[in-house]
Design a binder for this molecule. Structure first.
Ligand SMILES: [Zn+2]
Length: 236
């Protein structure tokens, strides 16, 4: 993919975060990786979504983390995106927002239980929450360490990040991803809705438990993986 094409896609994806109602002002950021050319494009730091242009998108190397193209400084969260791209080979795009309902769970430092099929259609289990970071992890290389605690959570709990493509960073907010920009944004939109519904479900019935394993597997696996049969074949 040409850098100009990557910058256009990253610009569109960032604008769609606002159009979807997930962010305001300069909150959040999105990036897309081009594995073939070993680089990714990300929103510039501190630029309002309305002022975003293709030319303002910053392109960086996955290998070195150095800037390849773009006049502006990349998002301050760039080291978090870099860590995720390096650690999860199948990941194609990342959307980070402070969307309110998901952020409420992140601030409560509680995972979002999988109460129903809306959740299970996109996430194969609860949405995990990272551990709190140590003061030295916050003072030094904070954004890189944010990526590290995300990876630590998935590996310590044996969660496949391609099956649960979202995480709540404790006291911060959600990072969501997908195979490409469209999928990452869809997952971020769904996450916000399931965060809202889960909170109300727990209020309505404090004894509500997660949906059954059979229902979770049925709904996730009919849309994802080798045996998926929901929708139309990719070729059509
Ligand atoms: Zn943030």
């Amino acid at each position: 993919m040409k850098h100009s094409e990557l910058r256009r896609e990253v610009c569109l994806l960032n604008r769609r975060i606002v159009d979807s109602g997930l962010s305001m002002l300069t909150w959040g950021n999105a990036s897309i990786v081009d594995r073939a050319s070993g680089c990714f494009g990300i929103k510039p730091s501190g630029v309002a979504y309305d002022d975003l242009t293709e030319d303002s998108i910053v392109v960086l190397s996955i290998e070195t983390g150095d800037k390849i193209e773009g006049p502006l400084r990349p998002s301050s969260d760039t080291p978090t995106h870099l860590e995720l791209y390096r650690s999860i080979p199948g990941l194609g795009a990342i959307v980070h927002t402070h969307s309110p309902w998901a952020t409420i769970w992140a601030q409560a430092r509680m995972e979002i239980p999988c109460f129903g099929t809306t959740h299970a259609d996109h996430f194969f289990g609860p949405i995990p929450v990272t551990r709190e970071m140590h003061p030295d992890e916050i003072r030094n290389d904070y954004e890189h360490n944010t990526g590290r605690v995300i990876i630590e959570k998935f590996s310590s709990d044996g969660i496949n990040p391609l099956e649960v493509p979202a995480v709540l960073v404790a006291s911060h907010g959600p990072f969501v991803w997908g195979k490409n920009g469209n999928e990452a944004l869809d997952n971020a939109v769904v996450l916000e809705q399931v965060a809202k519904m889960a909170l109300q479900t727990g209020r309505l019935n404090p004894d509500a438990g997660p949906l059954s394993e059979a229902l979770l597997s049925k709904h996730f696996l009919r849309k994802h993986g080798k045996s998926a049969y929901y929708g139309q074949p990719d070729e059509q």
